[in-house]
Ligand binder design. Sequence first.
Ligand SMILES: [Zn+2]
Ligand SMILES: [Zn+2]
Length: 148
Amino acid sequence: MPEIRNCKICRRIFQYVNGPVYCPACKKIDEEEFEKVRLFLRDFPGATMREVTDNTGVSPHKISRWLREERLEVSENSPIALNCENCGVRIRSGRFCIECSKSLAREMMNAGRELRMRLGETGSKRSDTGFSKDDFGLYYKHRDEKNK
Ligand SMILES: [Zn+2]
Ligand SMILES: [Zn+2]
């Protein structure tokens, strides 16, 4: 179902389909600007942010957003600084370096596992068998709740 949204750039109402919330006119400009920056960086991989904005007329704010969104990537030796938000190491696009995105993914996985374990525990306590498994794998009857 097509949605009616306000363009994020010019605030005009338009029929939103997908992607960024830009009206067709702004989307076209955005794509043209993106292409300009992409080609400029391809031809001048050593250009500074100032040189890119001066030559393309695109705001540095937009360029850094494209970099964060991983739509754009700077070359290995580009003076355009982009640092991992976690450890500050130099990166070419996105928000985190490969190491940090790996450990962040691992942390998220661990958090998920812990949560599942906790939920699993409460689940077993609620079981009405009246038996629990101890550390040695032996089953024993629940002690009287009053002893707790
Ligand atoms: Zn617009
Ligand atoms: Zn990092």
